[in-house]
Design a protein around this ligand. Sequence first.
Ligand code: NAP
Length: 215
Amino acid sequence: MSKLRVQSFAISLDGYGAGPDQDLEHPLGVRGPELMEWFFPTRVWQTMQEEADGETGIDNDMAELGFDNFGAWILGRNMFGPVRGPWPDDSWKGWWGDEPPYHTPVFVLTHHPRAPLQMAGGTEFRFVTEGIHSALEQAKEAAGDRDVRLGGGVSTVRQYLRAGLIDELHFALRPVLLGTGEHLWQGIDLHTLGYEVAKSVAGERATHVFLRKRA
Ligand SMILES: NC(=O)c1ccc[n+]([C@@H]2O[C@H](COP(=O)([O-])OP(=O)(O)OC[C@H]3O[C@@H](n4cnc5c(N)ncnc54)[C@H](OP(=O)(O)O)[C@@H]3O)[C@@H](O)[C@H]2O)c1
């Protein structure tokens, strides 16, 4: 059965999934890139950048899981881009250029309606204003037998966690302290929500922690 999975979500040791003050210059917020330093050297990321080989190893193996068997994605509007409030026009098409790495329908949660955007390589951004349950229903229908990846950002993952809708989560825990930004766990009791740690794997630049719903 199709699952809702969070994969390759980076957090600092003190629980932040993005730095503060996101804008065009700081997609991940100030100091946010420190969260992704496990991912940038991997072959998965380097191949996306059409760069040289990139590193193989545990971090790369974990990054590969992020593109394994997904038929649709769900994103929050802040992960999609730096534009806030009503869309001024259709010029912002995401951070990822003409051919985003999704290659599936991508459901973007927002309060501001917008027509779907068809991109090269099979990605279609569809903007959902009816909330998390509707986005999940649409994403599951689009994904068929494959899983739905909940890409983020932080507030989006928090909402799905609180609603108990996520089946599995993989976090790349980075040994950095951000001190400020978007906090993932604040006010969330994962144990009471029914989650347990399934496994933990030490990678080259992050510790990979997998959570799942208790049986
Ligand atoms: N650490 C990681 O691995 C990782 C992964 C992905 C992203 N990120 C980072 O996380 C940051 C973004 O996280 P974030 O917490 O700021 O925002 P987010 O979750 O990406 O988006 C939040 C926005 O999405 C819209 N939205 C969310 N839920 C909604 C709902 N139920 N109904 C309607 N609209 C809804 C709202 O926008 P409007 O009201 O404006 O429409 C809301 O302000 C970025 O810096 C991104 O780079 C980090």
